[in-house]
Design a protein around this ligand. Structure first.
Ligand code: HMG
Length: 374
């Protein structure tokens, strides 16, 4: 039975900061960001936008690409930017999407790996429930301390994809290489809104885990690198993915996979799947029946190397114009506005900002999040 990604869409903030602006205010040469890190901009989120609002926008677009919405009976929300230790963020999505009342909803976490964990879980679920569709959402907003070395690698986005039998975008193959090790390279204690990190250790462990999981994948599947046509890497920043390609001696350019991420920044759980979307949208060569290798890395850490075969129908399902329009229509903000967004001050909360989708976070009432349709 062929199981995999049936439709896919992403969403991000309506606002972005150019890293040229950040570099000028931090006294850093822009080339460090553009060449050293490989990023040109990052999405920045107004107070009315959070992991739920962008998830709803992404999920609405993913669902619009399929016919049988009633088949969705499981929603897995993958995130490390959760704001509630009890209620799953996916329940808000379930409400606004009007999914069936007997649809299971859970939230899962393992840093940027979580959407891949959700994909593998969904695949097993569909194997047991052939007619089901599972809605997987990866939604994250990445925040580091202003002025820290992590600052140019912030960002955020949500990706939503449906996992089903006979998928229209990509068949996920059996056989993957997994590597888990206990390491403090990136973490966010419950009391903190900003992630803590050890940048050099995280880059080292990303590459070491890639080496181990990739070789494990090759051994398990009895393949060698020439059996893989394209590769996508988790991209906390473009240069990290480029270093990943060097690590596994990948000969071809990654450019098509990194176009969206270079403008969005790190979107954690969504990042790998936005790379895949970027490849689908930008590849000039036909991708039907091609094998794509995918490297998922989540600090802390769990890594998995796996692969998929692009389905015959993918061109009729993807939405490159819509994705490119979403990014092209974002509004650039000034450094002062960026500081205002970061401060979470009442000045920014009282202003009206645009959201990407139709749902916005209206207010917090008795610590309850109130979402409304525009
Ligand atoms: P830094 O200390 O500012 O960087 O932090 P640096 O001084 O090492 O410079 C970066 C690169 O720019 C270097 O190139 C410099 O040579 C170059 P490299 O040696 O790496 O090839 N450079 C220049 N190039 C051109 N012109 C110049 C110039 N100056 C310097 N003038 C770092 C950079 C990425 C470490 C920092 O931003 C950081 O710690 N970010 C957060 C952590 C992170 O993203 N880690 C990635 C791996 S872990 C991961 O992917 C998981 C994650 O997504 C979280 C999760 O799983 O949930 C983060």
């Amino acid at each position: 039975m062929k199981i995999g990604i049936d439709s896919i869409a992403f969403s991000t903030s309506r606002y972005f900061l150019k890293l040229k602006t950040l570099a000028a205010h931090r006294g850093v040469e822009f080339e460090k960001y553009s060449h050293g890190i490989g990023q040109i901009a990052m999405s920045v989120f107004p107070p009315s936008e959070d992991i739920v609002t962008i998830a709803i926008d992404a999920a609405r677009k993913a669902i619009a690409q399929i016919e049988n919405i009633a088949a969705i009976d499981f929603l897995i929300f993958a995130t490390e930017s959760s704001f509630d230790l009890s209620k799953a963020a996916g329940i808000y999505v379930h409400h606004f999407l009007k999914l069936r009342e007997d649809c299971r909803v859970i939230e899962i976490k393992q840093a940027c790996y979580s959407a891949t964990g959700a994909l593998q879980l969904a695949k097993s679920y569909v194997r047991e429930n052939h007619n089901s569709k599972v809605l997987v959402i990866g939604s994250d907003i990445v925040k580091y301390s202003p002025g820290s070395s992590g600052e140019p690698t912030q960002g955020g986005a949500a990706v939503a994809f449906l996992v089903s039998a006979d998928p229209q975008i990509m068949i996920i193959e059996d056989g993957s290489g997994v590597h888990t090790n206990d390491i403090m390279d990136f973490w966010r204690p419950i009391s903190e809104s900003e992630a803590q990190f050890d940048g050099k250790l995280s880059a080292y462990n990303y590459l070491k885990s890639l080496d181990i999981s990739f070789n494990r994948y090759l051994a398990k599947t009895n393949r060698n690198i020439s059996a893989i046509d394209y590769v996508c890497f988790h991209a906390p920043f473009g240069k990290m993915a480029q270093k990943g390609a060097l690590q596994i001696k990948w000969p071809n350019p990654l450019d098509d996979t990194l176009l969206y991420n270079s403008a969005i920044g790190n979107s954690c759980s969504a990042s790998l799947y936005i790379c895949l979307t970027s490849l689908l949208d930008h590849s000039k060569a036909p991708l039907e029946n091609k094998r794509v290798g995918l490297y998922s890395y989540g600090s802390g850490s769990v890594a998995e190397y796996f692969s998929g075969i692009i389905a015959e129908k993918y061109r009729s399902i993807i939405t490159p114009e819509e994705n490119q329009r979403l990014l092209a229509s974002r509004k650039e903000i000034s450094f002062e506005e960026y500081e205002l967004f970061c401060s979470n001050s009442s000045d920014s909360a009282n202003k009206t900002y645009e959201n990407s989708g139709a749902v916005r976070l209206k207010s917090l009432e008795n610590k309850k999040r109130i979402y409304v349709e525009n």
